[in-house]
Design a protein around this ligand. Structure first.
Ligand code: FAD
Length: 615
């Protein structure tokens, strides 16, 4: 910490460095936590650039975190974590082009609220709107509609601070390659600080959901299932072989709440939660739970319907209920029926699944989420890491496994191993943010081939030392993996050194260390390197030099250049106010638990929508 203080003292005191040393980071589902050495919440571009400059001098990795809703360990670090929640303003609205220029920390909900004031809304959303705009598009987040692609499709331009501290703009017209690399960049390219996003006119949607047998869904697959309405998604209950089909279209009708059902609120929520908890000890009751819980809510016979009219910005959302693992894959839509039939056969222990893993004694949770997108017609540059099909519409299959009372279910590893095997066999690609765990960088390299190589080339040029790289990028993309040919060494890349949990199957504390660890110091529970000023000076003087560290560039010609290492005046090391950072672990766990899980009232989507109204 002394070295950091010294380096801060060398920088401009007029530019604050707002950092805390006691932050504990949790993923939404509380599957992972980590203790960053510093948690930094800048409020201006010069502050963001100062963080990058200090990280380079102090030899630290930077992880940008939106709201930590990525289910995997993608955002875990023992190094420096930067969060843009306080860099979240609307900078400009172009009513004619229907675009909004916003700072990178804005959440989707805030963007929609601000947009609504000028008659604009986000055209397509996933199940929630809590994500930061960048966190959402940087992981290839999607909704469910053949009229829309990934959320990145509506990014018209963006500004990114690279590892040299320069802020570079890019778009389809300007620095297109950087733009394609940045759209789905998994935090590995730099800090995206501004986004110009194309909205649509605010409107209402009328949604309807119906209980339908799986066979009927499969028979309508190629006719009107996905095309009858603008938005359609399906929840598949594997043991009942039934589905809930939710579909919605824009409407001029006035708002109308869904019919009330006594079971749809707290009663259903807590009943399901407790039954899932019981199933962790008696897994074979899961098919009965599926029948009971969904029968109580949607009726025991197919055909029952629920409907409502809501604003688009809330109508697309749903209640995700409890802490969960999610393992979601994108595959060509035409392969969907075969994939579903084979998975259905395997889960139900029927012959001909062709999946070479035993299902004996294995029981899984429902639903399997079935959604679609089509990225072919956007007319926008395709992100290098776009995981959708480029030749036909895309289907997403999402194997959800709940963690009742934050405890992993016993079926997880065997189910996910078999599921991922099938997905790979069907030509699918994983959703980056989610919990795939039996698929490594060799598999992913084979899936993306040249596109991954081009993305890596751009990334490595923009961040040659791996300031934005961690273990997830090594494990899943092969970046910094010693086995790879022509391996580039990333001296700032963070490696995982351990995971600890209080009990098996509970939240894992992730701990990392830096690549160049000649000497180390503890940061939270993790190990970090302390390097000397000479190391930094040597490094900086070895690269070509550009202008002032706080200088920003609107062209991309110089993003591969390092800063001059001129000394600046000192600045203060401030901890942000607020209770969360001071809270001890138990209290924090309790706060997060109350906020997201276990309280259906807190997690209501709108005043009228109960936990189960929309699955
Ligand atoms: C309850 C729930 C529901 C979900 N529903 C859906 C869904 O319907 N469809 C879907 O596709 N996904 C869904 N997801 C996944 C979610 O959309 C992604 O994980 C998304 O990345 C979360 O956004 P975030 O702001 O929390 O980002 P984080 O998880 O904090 O970060 C994600 C990645 O973006 C990077 N990043 C964040 N901000 C920046 C920045 N300013 N500059 C550069 N990189 C940055 C991070 O470094 C990281 O690599 C869901 C997740 C949850 C928990």
């Amino acid at each position: 910490m002394e070295k950091i203080q010294q380096e801060i003292a060398r920088t401009d005191p007029e530019i604050p460095f707002r950092a805390s040393t006691s932050h504990v980071h949790y993923t939404w589902a509380k599957t992972f936590s980590s203790r960053p050495e510093l948690y930094i919440q800048p409020q201006s571009l010069p502050e963001i650039q100062k963080v990058v400059k200090l990280a380079r001098r102090c030899r630290r990795r930077i992880v940008v975190v939106g709201c930590g809703h990525s289910p995997s360990d993608l955002t875990c670090t023992s190094s420096w974590m930067i969060n843009l929640d306080r860099y979240n303003r609307v900078l400009n609205v172009d009513k004619q082009k229907k675009t909004m220029l916003v700072e990178g920390g804005i959440r989707l909900r805030q963007l929609n609220t601000e947009g609504d004031k000028v008659g604009l809304t986000i055209p397509n959303l996933g199940s929630i709107d809590e994500q930061s705009i960048v966190g959402a598009f940087a992981t290839a987040t999607h909704g469910s509609s053949l009229k829309h692609g990934l959320l990145s499709e509506n990014v018209r331009s963006l500004r990114i601070v690279l590892s040299n501290g320069q802020a570079v703009r890019c778009s389809a017209e300007q620095n297109q390659e950087l733009f394609r690399a940045a759209l789905v960049s998994l935090g590995a390219l730099g800090i995206i600080t501004e986004v110009e996003y194309e909205m649509t006119d605010s409107c209402n949607i009328e949604w309807e959901q119906t209980l339908i047998p799986l066979d009927e869904v499969l028979s309508r697959w190629e006719t009107d299932l996905w095309t009858q309405k603008e938005y359609t998604r399906v929840w598949w209950m594997p043991y009942m072989k039934r589905t809930i089909v939710w579909s919605a279209a824009k409407t001029d009708k006035p708002l109308r709440a869904a019919d009330e059902n006594f079971y749809g609120g707290s009663v259903g929520f807590h009943t399901y939660h407790n039954l899932l908890w019981l199933s962790n000890y008696v897994p074979w009751i899961l098919p009965t739970i599926e029948w009971f819980v969904f029968g109580m809510q949607y009726g025991f016979k197919p055909g029952s319907k629920t409907s409502a009219v809501e604003p688009l910005r809330t109508g697309l959302l749903m209640n995700c209920l409890f802490s969960q693992f999610v393992n979601e894959w994108a595959l060509p839509l035409s392969r969907g029926p075969e994939a579903i039939r084979r998975l259905s056969a395997w889960i139900n222990g029927e012959p001909d699944s062709g999946i070479p893993f035993s299902v004996k004694g294995l029981y899984v949770h429902c639903p399997v989420e079935v959604r679609v997108s089509d990225t072919r017609n956007s007319g926008q540059p395709r992100p290098y890491l776009d995981n959708t099909s480029s030749t036909e519409p895309t289907l997403y299959l999402n194997a959800t496994l709940y963690r009742p009372y934050l405890q992993d279910p016993p079926c997880k590893d065997r189910y996910y191993e078999a599921f991922e095997w099938l997905m790979r066999e069907m030509g699918a690609k994983p959703h980056y943010a989610k919990n795939f765990s039996f698929t490594n960088w060799q598999h992913i390299s084979a899936m993306f081939r040249d596109d991954l190589q081009k993305w890596k080339q751009m990334r490595n040029e923009a961040d040659p030392e791996g300031m934005f790289l961690g273990e997830w990028h090594r494990r899943s993309l092969g970046l910094g993996n010693a086995e790879m040919e022509k391996q580039q060494h990333f001296s700032l890349q963070e490696s995982e050194v351990a995971r600890k949990s209080a009990r098996p199957g509970t939240c894992q504390l992730w701990m990392g260390s830096m690549s160049d660890s000649d000497s180390s110091t503890t940061a939270g529970q993790g190990k970090l390197v302390e390097t000397t000023a000479e190391t930094e000076d040597k490094h900086v003087s070895s690269g070509p030099q550009s202008g002032s560290p706080t200088m920003s560039s609107t062209s991309g010609e110089s993003f591969d250049m390092l800063h001059a290492a001129e000394a600046e005046k000192s600045t203060l090391f401030a901890a942000p106010a607020g209770g969360e950072d001071e809270a001890d672990d138990t209290e924090l766990m309790h706060q997060i638990e109350k906020r997201y899980h276990g309280n259906p009232k807190d997690s209501m989507i709108t005043g009228n929508t109960l936990a189960f109204d929309k699955m």
